[in-house]
Design a protein around this ligand. Structure first.
Ligand code: ATP
Ligand code: MG
Length: 256
């Protein structure tokens, strides 16, 4: 079988804050075209891990490669291959959607050539085409979130890391995001997305890694994780029983 090298590769990543270990030896690979769910309760270490992948936070130890580039030693090349969508994005509200995207494109070194067209394509993809010349301050939460996502995909990244993409979205907004992620994964983009919600992970992700207290406690496809529910570890078993038998809408916080 042909082995594809991972688009995102995390190796034994650790982040300590003083004596507290927020991320405790996480390893994770995401292949081109894969949507990988990063599932865990509040405080599990999801955001900390994602920020280290994006190069926004320095790991205590371990390595992150994006498209084969080490984030620590080749940050420019790694960042050029990556789109990052934070959980609480900042957008300067006095810009229009179009200006925001062109500004963002400039930050990534996209030339004038083709930038307008690409910006328009992304706005259309995220159902913001009509809003190109409107100020961001007039946007709803969902629209702002979609604008940030259109910016993250603007420079044609090979990998996208997204922190809690579904929070605060209505069903139509959530549907749209799911469709866009699927479209992008079909184009070969590797997507790593954090979520609390089993339903989101099950519906969207090819594989899921479950993180608890900074450590990965399970990984696999949904059927594989279901099969792990037969294991011996009491705690894990209860998690997996809930995973398989739960309502699906349940938040993992309630489970663990
Ligand atoms: N700057 C910091 N200093 C000290 N501790 C921190 C810092 N940032 C995060 N932590 C701690 O690290 C742990 C992991 O936090 P993190 O934000 O990564 O969790 P999370 O899985 O994203 O949670 P949530 O689901 O609530 O977003 C938490 O216990 C948090 O309090
Ligand atoms: Mg978080």
């Amino acid at each position: 079988m042909l082995r594809v090298s991972p688009m995102i590769s995390i190796q034994d990543l650790v982040k300590q804050y003083g004596k507290f270990t927020a991320v405790d030896g996480v390893s994770l690979d995401v292949s081109p075209g894969e949507i990988h769910g990063f599932l865990g309760p509040n405080g599990a270490g999801k955001t900390t891990t994602l920020r280290m992948i994006a190069g926004l936070l320095k790991p205590t130890s371990g390595r992150v490669l994006v498209n084969g580039h080490d984030v620590a030693t080749e940050p420019e090349a790694a960042k050029a291959s990556l789109g990052f969508i934070p959980d609480r994005p900042f957008i300067y509200e006095k810009l229009t959607a179009g200006e925001f995207l062109r500004f963002h494109g400039g930050l990534y070194g996209l030339g004038e050539d083709g930038l307008d067209g690409r910006a328009r394509e992304m706005l259309e993809l995220f159902d913001l085409g009509r809003w190109e010349n409107e100020l961001v301050e007039s946007f709803s939460h969902g629209m702002k979130q979609r604008l940030v996502m259109s910016a993250a995909f603007l420079h044609r990244p090979r990998a996208v890391v997204v922190d809690e993409p579904m929070v605060g979205l209505d069903p139509r907004g959530a549907r749209l995001i799911k469709d866009v992620f699927r479209t992008m994964s079909a184009r070969g983009v590797a997507i790593l997305m954090s979520t609390h919600t089993l339903e989101v992970a099950q519906e969207m992700c090819d594989r899921i890694s479950i993180i608890l207290k900074g450590r990965i406690i399970a990984r696999g496809t949904v059927p594989e994780i279901r099969a792990m529910g037969d294991g011996h570890d009491d705690h894990l078993t209860s998690v997996f029983l809930k995973l398989t038998g739960g309502s699906g809408l349940q938040e993992i916080d309630e489970i663990i």
